[in-house]
Write a protein that binds this ligand. Structure first.
Ligand code: UT7
Length: 311
């Protein structure tokens, strides 16, 4: 097995903030309800002319300023692309001025970034790619019904990027776990025709699924990496609801501070959220050499994807 490291991370969020106080003026809700039910205080909203691919491009640009390597493969994950063709990876590659590379999109809803990481890592093992760029670009606000208080409080727009390389195996990807439960496909719906255009979900059942699945994935990654509760490890989960992290922490007896969260500032940014939280924690130097990081995505599909990284 070739050693693959995460050598850089990038992120981008639009400047405009939508706070809980702003939402109180739009729908029948309160800062108190949103904060206690979700942990979200504010989110960023892209402008009318700022698309999902712009968010991915800016995050990729940020990522590439931190490394001199250039990718031979680009995987762009999104479920909110502004158009089907050109697809997002093609737009991003063109704007970055990249040539001579393989590029494609991957959609696995909120699990997309970790799915992409797993696919990129696998192609590095089998096809000889040495440098891979992964981007997430999500403009959820396009699919949010701002008259629906149950969903409009949840989402924000963002871009994130990760750079994988065989040249620098520090921050090594150790293992991945992928899965889906298509029987739950109707629990999260977005982007369809007519009444299926705006985001809708069965929040309670998705919540239960998320808590159960994240607990299982943590156990599975512990077994696969051979770590115990005595070792230092962190969980970087998809940022959907602070209460999901609290429930997993309680069920599994894991200290809450092992869950990396920035949901208060950005809300749920679908596939970008793990990248956003990872990059912020990296900048804050929260990880020490030897720590195990568990990136855990879950969401529509239903889907899940997890990766373990040794810092
Ligand atoms: O990224 C995709 C994956 N998605 C997830 O992981 C989300 C998982 N689900 C959740 O995080 C939670 O289910 C939500 C945060 C979405 C909702 O929390 P909940 O505790 O499940 O609330 P609920 O939808 O069951 O609603 C509880 C009550 C309802 O009132 P009644 O029926 O009890 O009278 C809602 O009408 O809260 C009401 N409500 C609100 N009240 C004030 C719903 N939204 C709001 C609101 N403000 N914004």
């Amino acid at each position: 097995m070739k050693k693959v490291g995460i050598v850089a991370a990038g992120s981008y969020v639009p400047a405009r903030k939508l706070t809980n106080a702003d939402l109180e003026k739009i729908v029948d809700t309160t800062d108190e309800w949103i904060t206690t039910r979700t942990g979200i205080k504010e989110r960023r909203i892209a402008g009318k002319d700022e698309h999902a691919s712009d968010l991915a491009f800016k995050a990729a640009q940020d990522c590439l300023t931190q490394t001199t390597y250039r990718p031979e493969l680009l995987i762009s994950t999104t479920s909110t692309a502004e158009k089907s063709c050109p697809y997002q990876a093609s737009i991003v590659a063109h704007r970055l001025g990249l040539t001579n590379l393989a590029a494609f999109d991957l959609n696995a809803a909120c699990s997309g970034l970790v799915y992409s990481l797993a696919v990129g890592w696998s192609l590095m093992q089998t096809q000889g790619y040495e440098n891979v760029l992964i981007t997430a670009g999500e403009k959820l606000s396009r699919y949010v019904d701002y008259t629906d208080r149950a969903s409009c409080i949840l989402f924000g727009d963002a871009g994130a990027a990760l750079f994988l390389s065989t040249h620098q195996p520090e921050h090594e990807i150790l293992t991945v776990e992928l899965g889906s439960d298509p029987a739950g496909s109707e629990l999260v719906i977005m982007g369809g025709l007519d009444e299926e255009f705006y985001f809708q979900q069965d929040g309670r059942n998705v919540f239960k699924f998320a808590v159960e699945k994240m607990g299982e994935l943590i156990e599975r990654l512990k077994v696969k990496t051979g770590i115990t509760d005595q070792d230092r490890y962190f969980i970087i989960p998809h940022q959907a609801d602070q209460r999901i992290f609290e429930a997993v922490a309680k069920n599994k007896g894991i200290p809450a501070e092992r869950f990396i969260s920035n949901i208060a500032s950005f809300g749920n940014t679908s596939s970008a959220s793990i990248g956003l939280a990872f990059k912020e924690a990296w900048e804050q130097r929260r990880f020490r050499k030897g720590d195990i990081l568990m990136l855990i995505g879950f969401g529509g599909g239903l889907s899940w994807a997890a990766a373990a990284i040794r810092w």
